[in-house]
Write a new protein. Structure first.
Length: 120
């Protein structure tokens, strides 16, 4: 088993607690499923959110799906001119036997354009 890192992102349609929770949980679940990761494989998760998402912490949404004992961190995404609005990004540190070229980074909804070089 090696320590690996996975990336992902998703966009929200509105700045509401429910939307941030739903989108964050969808992103986390999809990333774990595509990479066949179990709870005990996880080391930590780092979330960033753009300045226009203020209704909820993405980490709170992750805790709600059973990740409360995993170190979680939220931070602000850089406010770069022309950046993707209403976006939650994710960095997952995990242990896996999969080689790096067999890992699946997950970019959903409007965030898909951030990494259109990656396969779906």
């Amino acid at each position: 088993m090696r320590l690996q890192a996975l990336r992902g992102a998703i966009t929200c349609d509105e700045n509401s607690k429910q939307e941030i929770e739903e989108k964050t949980q969808r992103l986390v679940k999809e990333l774990l499923a595509r990479n066949e990761l179990e709870h005990d494989d996880l080391v930590s998760l780092v979330f960033t959110a753009t300045d226009d998402l203020t209704a909820e912490f993405p980490a709170a949404a992750a805790r709600a799906v059973g990740l409360g004992d995993i170190p979680l961190l939220c931070a602000r995404e850089l406010a770069i001119e022309g950046g993707k609005p209403m976006c939650i990004r994710l960095l997952v540190h995990c242990y896996t036997d999969r080689p790096r070229d067999d890992l699946h980074h997950v970019y959903l909804d409007g965030a898909r354009s951030l990494r259109d070089d990656l396969p779906e």
